[in-house]
Design a protein around this ligand. Structure first.
Ligand code: DLL
Length: 433
């Protein structure tokens, strides 16, 4: 089933026309609001009427997270608070959150776009969906909640944590769709196995995973351990939350809701727009947001965009799996390393559990990369020399991919802290004395 065929199957030419009309409207609204963008346009000598084509958008500068921080909390709202009926925030734990506001219509569109995403993943009125995201400022839980309800699913808002209880409810309520971060889903699988739950015998059949990076290798682990089809969906609070893009059952990229979000992929160094297929930073312009439109917002997420139609029948462009963030990229002894590269190598080694941490330290002014990874419980041995040979083998594999020496430490199962939300994979201790 396709949720909004009139937009998801629209021809590229008709879509571009539609986007241009909505973009003009958005520029006019932010200009008339006399806020941040009015000032930007004034400085540039730009008026909304100067936008004649989608390409003209490139005349405008990018908006960065720092701009939002400076306007904390409500500086980017272009509607009075009495029209803003919901506030959410970024999930950052440090400092102040990035604040996002929604009018009633923004919430309606949000639910509709998430309904689109879940329909793409084959979830609908015959499903029982368990939402294991934390309900709160984070957009994950409320976003999926209203979207799944709109798509007709039976929603169980279990929220995050209390894993054994989650598993009990999953069995008792006949959960068919699991909504969580991929790392928490793996933790649920692990606890379930300890409790002797046979996932094959459950009704669980699809995972709607998102909110953090995960690799294809991680997908295999999720599908094997939980006996479900693992689908990916992407979004960020600043532009709405989940619902920006999601995979269909073809599993070859995340369809973007292009009638609501205009996506550009840029070279993060130069800001130059890259052609379809090339990897770069995702930049998003919202086309329908009422409370808080954003123009050319730099997400820091790295992906590529392909525009050819999908065998599923949708014509919307697809984002490739997010391979990292520009601020995730580690520079270790001058070499660029993405955590996802390390995850891919680890997940391909038999006998390793999908729980790892990357630690970077400084010794004698030199960076040291250490990778801690848990061994599967049934394979863990304290015969030191076996582990050592195994570690060296993984170190060689990492060297082949990263061109960098990493120290691998195989550790006991369940040593790395589990979290119900986004996993913390990288511990950078270089600034610490
Ligand atoms: O994580 C929104 C969301 C909730 C998306 C639930 C999907 C499902 P924030 O907390 O603002 O919002 O974090 C946004 O998380 O810029 C990415 O770096 C990362 N992220 C989100 N989805 C994915 C994904 C939500 N599917 C930030 N793959 C984004 C990789 C993702 N990274």
């Amino acid at each position: 089933m396709i949720w909004s065929p009139q937009y998801e199957c629209i021809s590229r030419a008709a879509l571009a026309e539609h986007q241009l009309a909505r973009l003009k409207e958005t520029l006019t609204k932010v200009y008339e609001a006399k806020g941040f963008y009015y000032q930007m346009f004034q400085d540039l000598g730009f008026e909304p009427g100067d936008l004649k084509s989608l390409e003209d958008l490139q005349r405008l500068p990018f908006t960065a997270k720092e701009d939002l921080a400076q306007a904390y909390p409500y500086g980017f709202f272009i509607r009075p608070l009495k029209e803003v009926v919901r506030i959410h925030g970024s999930s950052g734990t440090k400092g102040k959150p990035t604040v996002v506001g929604y009018t009633r219509r923004d919430l309606e569109i949000w639910a509709d776009l998430v309904a689109r995403i879940v329909t793409q993943a084959g979830v609908g009125e015959n499903d029982v969906a368990q939402i294991c995201f934390g309900y709160g400022l984070f957009t994950g839980a409320f976003g999926l909640h209203y979207g799944l309800e709109k798509a007709g699913a039976t929603v169980i808002p279990t929220s995050a944590g209390a894993t054994e209880r989650q598993l009990m409810l999953m069995q008792d309520f006949g959960t068919t769709a699991l909504v969580s971060t991929p790392s928490y889903a793996l933790h649920m699988a692990e606890v379930g196995q300890e409790l002797g739950i046979n996932f094959k015998s459950l009704k669980l059949r699809v995972g709607l995973f998102g909110a953090e990076g995960w690799t294809e290798e991680m997908r295999k682990q999720l599908e094997e351990n939980l006996c479900l089809k693992a689908t990916d969906n992407y979004g960020l609070s600043e532009v709405m939350g989940p619902g920006v893009a999601g995979e269909c059952l073809e599993g070859s990229g995340m369809h973007v809701a292009e009638d609501h979000f205009l996506i550009e992929i840029i070279d993060p160094e130069t800001g130059v727009i890259l052609p379809p297929g090339e990897k770069g930073e995702i930049v998003i312009t919202t086309l329908t947001r009422e409370a808080m439109p954003l123009i050319r917002y730099r997400t820091k997420d790295i992906s590529s965009l392909r525009e050819e139609p999908c065998p599923c029948g949708r014509k919307t462009a697809r984002l490739s799996k997010i391979s990292g963030r520009t601020d995730d990229m580690l520079i270790i002894r001058g070499v660029n390393v993405f955590p996802s590269q390390i995850e891919s190598v680890l997940m391909e080694v038999d006998g390793l559990a999908p729980h790892y941490q990357i630690v970077i330290k400084k010794r004698d002014h030199l960076d040291e990369l250490e990778v801690l990874v848990e061994v599967c419980p049934d394979l863990f041995t304290d015969r030191y020399c076996d582990l050592e040979a195994w570690e060296q083998k993984i170190e060689r594999r990492l060297y082949n991919v990263l061109s960098l020496t990493a120290k691998v430490r195989l550790i006991e199962p369940k040593t790395i802290a589990r979290t119900a939300g986004k996993a913390k994979r990288v511990v950078d201790l270089r600034d610490q004395k």
